[in-house]
Design a protein around this ligand. Structure first.
Ligand SMILES: Cc1ncc(COP(=O)(O)O)c(C=O)c1O
Length: 132
């Protein structure tokens, strides 16, 4: 991890929260950007950074702040409840206009299948839209 650009390609850790934290560290160190985009309903772990990234207050976050900054949250599509892919991609554009410029984003962290948020799959068009 200390030698970004070196030969190391794998980092073995013991928890999911450590994996997410280190992915953020690697993304920031490599891109030299600060912003991390996450989604509503997401669960990323119980450390301070991963709690900040988690998009569900109860039962994970209440009473535990303040949290680390430069985490930006966008809506996650939920077709069953009427939250469309178009709405969520448009909200990402709004985020880039009102919260953080796209060129300052180090990483977008997403569960392709939202777990704690309700076992909701991200439509393929949403994943493709994010990549675009
Ligand atoms: C999607 C996701 N990310 C991160 C974590 C955190 O993993 P851990 O509890 O091993 O720190 C979990 C745990 O359930 C998870 O489901």
């Amino acid at each position: 991890l200390c030698k970004v650009g070196g030969r190391a390609k794998t980092l073995l850790v013991t928890t999911g929260a450590e994996a997410v934290e280190n992915a953020v560290k690697i993304a920031r160190a490599y891109t030299k950007r600060r912003g991390i985009i996450v989604f509503g309903g997401a669960f990323h772990g119980r450390t301070l950074l991963t709690m900040a990234m988690t998009g569900k207050v109860n039962p994970y976050k209440q009473s535990f702040g303040p949290f680390p900054g430069n985490i930006y949250r966008a809506p996650y599509p939920d077709l069953y409840r009427g939250v469309s892919v178009e709405h969520c991609l448009s909200a990402l554009d709004t985020l880039f206009e009102s919260e953080i410029e796209a060129s300052a984003v180090a990483a977008i962290v997403i569960e392709p299948l939202l777990g704690e948020g309700g076992f909701i799959p991200a439509p393929v068009e949403f994943m493709a839209g994010i990549r675009r």
